[in-house]
Every structure is written in C-alpha cells, then in structure tokens.
Design a protein around this ligand. Structure first.
Ligand code: PHE
Length: 462
C-alpha cells in the first residue's frame, strides 16, 4: 500500500466531494422535467425507493472496494482479486468508462460555460433566438470556452486530493446550495409558480409503466455517479476510521435533495412563463431544456423585470449549473488520473498532461461532430439513422456500459471478494454494522435481485 497516498482531510471533505460528483447537470434540469412528465409525486416516490434500495447498496460496495484497496479502480479490482485476469478486465472497463464519459460531459460543460459568458456579456434576445444554439455549438469560438473549462479542471486536479478536489468542493458545493435556494425563492414569487409545483408533486400513478421505471433507475444510477469508478477512487482517499455506510447515505440524500429542490425552481419557472404548458410536451433532454427552452423563458422574464434583472437571473442559473458540472467533471477525470499515477507511476502533473491531451482530442472531435466536420456527423449508423461521434460515445458509455459496470461491482464484491470481506471493511469505522439489518440487506440485495435488475437493464438497452 502506498503509504504516501493522499487522503481527504475530513469526512465532510469526502462527503462534499462525492456529493459534488453526484450533483450534476442531470439533477438540475433533467430530473425535475422527467419527474413531472412521468407521474409527479409517484415518480418522486419510486425514484426515492430506487435510490434507497438499489443504488445505495451498490454505492456502499464501490466505496468499500476503494477504501480497502487504497487504489484506483483498475488497481482495486486487481488487488482484491489477487491479480485475476478476468477481473482486471472489469477494472479496465471501470477506468475506460469515466475516461469516455469525461469526453461527453466536457462537451456539455463547455456549452454551459459559453452560455454563462453570453449571459454576462451578451444579450438575451440573441440567446433566445431559435437558431442560436445550433449556431453556437458550430462556431469555432466554442474552442475558447473549451480551453477555459480544461484550465479550470486542471487547476483543481493539479492541487491533488486535499488542496484541489476537497478545497474546490468545500467552496463550490455551499455556493451551489445558496444559488439554488436563492433561485427557488425568487421563482416561487412569480405569477402561476404554484401551478408548476402542483404538477411536480401531485402523484399520477397511471403514468408509471415499465419504461418509466427503467428510465428512473438509470437516472438514479447515473445521478449517484455509480458504475464510473468515481466512488472507488474517492473512497480510496478516506481513512479507515470513517463510516462508509453513513457517508454513502449522506451522499445519496444530498444528491436526491438537490434534484428534488431543483424541481421547485424549474417547474414554477416553466409554468409562470406559460401557464398552459403541457408537461408531456417538454423535452426529456437536459440539453434542449437548458439551451433552447430556457433562454425563451429568460426573454419573457426580461419583458417583466428588464434587461439587467433577467440577465442577472440567467447568470445565476448558469453559474449554478456550471458549478455542478465542474465538480462532476473533476471527479470523473480524477479516475484515469489516479490510474496513471498508480499504475503507470506518472507524477500527477504528467498524468494530467496526458489526459488533457487525450481527452482534449476526443472532446474536440465530438464538438466537431455536430456539423463542423462531415464524417464525424456520420460516425456510424444504426437503427436507421446516422449517428454523430457524440451520440455514439453517449449511447455506448452512458446507456450500455454503466449498468454493466454496476453488475460487475455486485458480482465482484459478492462472489469473488466475498461477503465476509465486504462486511469486515464496512465494519471499520462503524462498530454496529456487523449483525445489523443494513449488513443483511446489503449482502442479500447485492447477491440476488440487484444484479438481476442490472442485467435486465443491460439486455434491454442492447
Ligand atoms: N451525477 C452526475 C450528473 O448528474 C453524473 C456525472 C458524474 C457525470 C460525474 C459525469 C461525471 O450529472
């Protein structure tokens, strides 16, 4: 075990960093809209049950693996399996996945940064024009924003675990919370705001069907940053004295609370803009909601409260989303960084340089796949349609590989590393774990129905 491995300075630092990873673009817009469309309060309840009964055990298992091994995901699978080839492959996948997800998440974060800059320096009329988003993502100026995001992420990561990740999370997460609460309070004072709240929380059980349930579970999985090697990596930076189970609960609760509260900002804003909105017609994708729908809403606000006020609200909103995206991006780039440091014995600086180059090239290619470069827009075709490189990365790594990685975590901890070792690790820092209901539930669920459900999702997406 590398004795000089850096650690978080406190449990709070770890929880904020892990919550910073979990709270991302999906929480702030995607979650509220899909909740409203898919049964309101009924969806919220089902989502909460999925988080508690399916995602939490997986989260705990990932954290236990990381803390026990004190290694990056690849190293963790290898160490805990005594260098078994088969499991090394699972470890490799747990590093390649975040590397590729970093690419698609980077593309979106760059747009957020661009919109933030435009609300501060530009004008909302332009932002709200229907063709603006399509033009913006195909302008060469996006590359300047890309350089900006890359510098910020590198600046945080080069500081390491304590001075970089932990410090950034301790500043960005409280700031995010304050911005979010501020916006909720403001939005709730707008006309018709409460109609939106009603749509969001009143349950409609008739909307719940198999595909809604499947979508809710995938969303919860992604939202908690599971299957990306992130929690294995972050947990390798915590001390043996920390209580993993309660830490995991705090992270899950924080992430779900932020998602829920975001609904109190997004839905009232939509309904105050247009009281006759039919929620079924809202887009499921965070991207089109943020970049196409929202600017229209801001323009309506401008008619009400003037240019300066509306621009300020817009800037606060994009800053909020930007903070959420940056802490997620940092967490996902930290996984391959840790692997290069541990396995290739590079210094942190060199590892980051290698990743800035490789992630950078792929991000540039994905950014060009919306029209700048013809062949990248038709990277492959399946299902009767041409797919851009961006879509391909998204489909493969988000839709398919995430549940596969989750499945690997269940099978590995239960059938290779074994229940007793998992329990032993989780008892460290929590004397009451052994023999508790939680222990029985974690072991039972991870060895039986959770892998079956993840397998079903996997088969379904393939
Ligand atoms: N939980 C993040 C989100 O909701 C998912 C994520 C984490 C994505 C880390 C990328 C990196 O956006």
């Amino acid at each position: 075990m590398s004795s000089n491995r850096e650690h978080f300075s406190s449990r709070l630092g770890f929880i904020l960093a892990a919550a910073g990873s979990a709270v991302g673009i999906g929480n702030l817009v995607g979650f509220p809209v899909s909740a409203t469309k898919n049964g309101g309060g009924a969806f919220l309840l089902v989502y909460a049950l999925f988080v508690a009964f399916i995602c939490l055990p997986v989260m705990i298992a990932e954290m236990a693996m990381g803390r026990k091994a004190q290694k990056d995901p690849y190293g963790a699978y290898r160490k805990l399996s005594d260098k078994d080839r088969k499991w090394s492959f699972a470890g490799l996948l747990a590093v390649i996945t975040p590397f590729m997800i970093a690419v698609f998440y980077m593309v979106i974060t760059v747009w957020i940064f661009g919109y933030l800059a435009q609300t501060v320096f530009g004008n909302l009329d332009k932002l709200a024009s229907p063709s603006h988003f399509g033009e913006f993502i195909n302008q060469y100026s996006v590359f300047w924003y890309m350089v900006g995001v890359a510098l910020i992420v590198n600046f945080i990561l080069v500081g390491g675990v304590k001075q970089g990740i932990e410090k950034a999370s301790k500043i960005l997460m409280p700031a995010l919370f304050i911005l979010l609460i501020g916006l909720v309070i403001y939005v709730l004072t707008l006309d018709n705001a409460w109609a939106g709240v009603r749509f969001y929380v009143v349950p409609d059980i008739s909307k719940l069907n198999a595909s809604v349930l499947n979508g809710a579970l995938s969303q919860a999985f992604f939202s908690l940053s599971l299957g990306m090697g992130i929690l294995i990596t972050y947990a390798s930076y915590i001390s043996k004295k920390d209580d993993i189970v309660s830490g995991a609960k705090m992270v899950a609760v924080t992430d779900s609370m932020v998602a829920f509260i975001a609904g109190l900002m997004v839905l009232p804003a939509i309904f105050s803009f247009n009281p006759n909105t039919n929620p079924d017609e809202l887009s499921d994708s965070s991207v089109s909601m943020i970049f196409v729908y929202l600017p229209k809403l801001l323009l309506a606000l401008q008619a009400d409260i003037g240019y300066v006020g509306a621009s300020a609200v817009a800037a606060v909103f994009f800053l909020l989303v930007f903070f959420a995206a940056i802490t997620s991006l940092v967490s996902i780039v930290e996984v391959p960084t840790a692997t290069l440091i541990e396995e290739a014995k590079l210094s942190r600086q060199k590892a980051l340089l290698v990743l800035a180059g490789s992630i950078g090239i792929l991000t540039v290619m994905c950014t060009m796949s919306f029209g700048m470069v013809e062949w990248l827009t038709k990277f492959t075709s399946y299902g009767g349609a041409d797919k851009s490189m961006f879509d391909v990365v998204y489909d493969i790594f988000y839709d398919t590989i995430l549940p596969l990685n989750g499945l690997m975590v269940c099978l590995f901890t239960m059938y290779r590393w074994k229940k007793a070792k998992l329990s032993e690790e989780l008892s460290q820092g929590c004397d009451s774990y052994s023999g508790s209901f939680m222990e029985k539930y974690v072991n039972f669920s991870l060895s039986t129905f959770i892998p079956v459900i993840l397998l079903a999702i996997l088969i379904n997406t393939i």
